[in-house]
Design a protein around this ligand. Structure first.
Ligand code: GCU
Length: 345
């Protein structure tokens, strides 16, 4: 049943993709064609996002687009497609590499499927805090090579990373104060080996599923729970169908802005500088918005009947500790992990 739903979803998304492919690149906004200072046809880049218009990522990325249009006199523009209208994140990775869309926000586990080095962002305890995470995700010395490492293989450039805040587990039928409360529960995970192992380590049963399918998965009982931050819990309305949010805070998640590498290389050097500057502004705005969006999400979900409970942190930490050895196996992963840890000191 889930397969049928998913196939139907993919085919709708594929139709949208084909429609877009026909009009991608050089799509001039009549209002912004006036200044052809560099004699370049204006380009509108499609940016795929699986969040709603209320989410800090949408707000910051809209600002990114406005900044880019202004800074390049309309030569480069961004149109953000929220609400998974261009499909799910696994499809974004493929479509951005193929150039069907130019930009997308994808969660770290999606890139883990292309290069094992990206697993580093999804192992519990890697970041001490959101501040530490933000410092790392913008530190050229630590992430510079990683961000360009998919250019030759996949035609993807990582522009930078947003925080997802701390992720926690929520259930339909009660709190999960210790991992024992999760025994046998079907928990939705992102499509990635590290997330699957994480839920297994807690004694629950992982169910990989695209983000947009989680609400109906919870509602229909295909899954008993999921894990995410408070902002997505609220904006995706998951609290309506899984009202027990337990603060497992098992990791601080990362979202990456990925771009088609060829598209970026078409920018003049000065337009690329504007692009990078606008991204930095968007990234700062996102980080600023995150705290208030989290507070608003908690208040909104509580008003809608959700309960937030603290958990036995030590019991969770002990259950998850083996993941570090299981997933940090190569020299490059270990070097990255050490560089991230050292930067916190
Ligand atoms: C967060 C994250 C998304 C991700 C989602 C998920 O909301 O910001 O990028 O897709 O979690 O669990 O799938």
């Amino acid at each position: 049943m889930r397969t049928t739903t998913r196939l139907a979803f993919i085919s709708t998304a594929s139709v949208a993709m084909l429609a877009l492919a026909g009009c991608s690149g050089g799509t001039a906004d009549p209002d912004s064609t006036g200044d052809a200072a560099e004699n370049v046809a204006p380009t509108t880049m499609k940016l795929a996002l699986n969040q709603t218009e209320e989410h800090p990522s949408f707000i910051a990325l809209e600002g990114f687009g406005e900044c880019l249009t202004e800074g390049t006199d309309g030569r480069w523009n961004v149109e953000v497609y929220p609400n998974s209208t261009l499909g799910d994140q696994a499809e974004y990775v493929q479509s951005v590499g193929d150039g069907v869309i130019d930009l997308a926000i994808v969660s770290a586990p999606q890139l883990e499927n292309l290069s094992k080095d990206f697993v580093i962002f999804s192992v519990p305890t890697v970041f001490e805090s959101i501040e530490h995470q933000m410092q790392v995700l913008a530190d050229e010395e630590i992430v510079g090579d990683l961000y360009t490492s998919l250019e030759e293989s996949n035609n993807l450039t990582v522009v930078g990373g947003f925080t997802q805040g701390a992720r926690s587990i929520y259930l339909k039928d009660g709190p999960a104060e210790t991992p024992d409360d999760l025994a046998g529960k079907k928990i939705r995970v992102q499509e990635s080996p590290v997330f699957i192992s994480m839920i297994n380590a807690l004694g629950a049963s992982p169910t990989p599923m695209a983000f947009a399918e989680v609400y109906t998965g919870l509602q229909s009982g295909v899954i008993d729970g999921a894990e995410n931050n408070e902002v997505s819990y609220f904006t995706q309305k998951h609290f309506e169908v899984a009202p027990y949010f337990s603060y497992t805070r098992h990791l601080i998640g990362s979202d990456f802005l990925i771009s088609n590498t060829d598209t970026l290389s078409e920018m003049s050097e000065s337009d690329r500088e504007v692009f990078d500057g606008c991204w930095t502004e968007a990234w700062e705005q996102h980080t600023d918005l995150w705290t208030s969006a989290t507070e608003d999400a908690i208040a909104g979900a509580e008003a809608g009947g959700a309960t937030f409970v603290e958990v036995d942190e030590e019991a969770y930490a002990d259950a998850l500790a083996p993941l570090l050895d299981e997933f940090l196996t190569t020299d490059s992963q270990k070097a990255l992990y050490d560089a991230i840890k050292d930067s916190a000191e």
